[in-house]
Design a protein around this ligand. Structure first.
Ligand code: AMP
Length: 187
């Protein structure tokens, strides 16, 4: 079974953590646009410089730049056997671009991780210390959540419309949540 998966969820829902585990389980690459941007920024590439201001303010990097980066990543052979996208798409325009990019071999599932956003705010702010992320200060976290509500949440309806949305309760032990997702994906 080939898995071509998107992970959706609010900032702090645990997408990154689950992405790594699911990629390992299904032996597919986990592609995190946030991680790709951070790599570009630490390399000091042109793309990294373009993206940095948006990221540090808690805003989305413009669709054209983001889609270009994902398209480039999809040129690699390793996505042929499936993949898991973490943090992309984040807008309906990106979702349209992804559908077009994939063509006939479209997504097999979109997993939406559900948490109480208010509950994860302290966790997100705490992450600044442990991961050294520049976008986890209180103010930026609030902006990222606002952006999620306004620009990313509409993807819920978008993928309900495609009949591929799978909602997962993402409150609880990390292992348990992984097993919930695997069970839904293998059904
Ligand atoms: P993440 O690690 O997924 O939380 O992403 C960190 C930051 O990178 C986000 O707050 C955005 O500024 C930027 N970013 C990541 N993915 C996207 C995307 N699909 N579209 C636009 N910006 C993104």
């Amino acid at each position: 079974m080939t898995h071509r998966i998107v992970l959706l969820g609010a900032p702090g829902a645990g997408k990154g953590t689950q992405a790594v585990r699911l990629a390992d389980r299904f032996q597919i690459p986990a592609i995190s646009t946030g991680e790709l941007f951070r790599q570009h920024m630490s390399r000091g590439s042109e793309l990294g410089k373009l993206a940095a201001n948006y990221i540090n303010d808690g805003n989305l990097v413009p669709d054209e730049i983001t889609v270009w980066m994902v398209r480039d990543r999809f040129r690699r052979e390793d996505v042929q056997g499936g993949f898991l996208l973490d943090g992309f798409p984040r807008t309906v325009a990106q979702a349209d671009a992804l559908d077009e990019m994939l063509g006939e071999n479209g997504l097999t599932a979109v997993v939406e991780l559900w948490v109480d956003v208010e509950e994860v705010i302290p966790r997100l702010i705490g992450r600044a210390a442990t991961e050294g992320r520049s976008d986890d200060t209180a103010e930026v976290v609030r902006q990222r959540i606002r952006v999620y509500r306004e620009q990313t949440k509409p993807l819920h309806e978008f993928y309900v419309g495609q009949g591929i949305l799978r909602e997962i309760n993402a409150v609880g032990e990390i292992d348990q949540i992984t097993e919930r997702i695997v069970a839904v994906l293998e059904r």
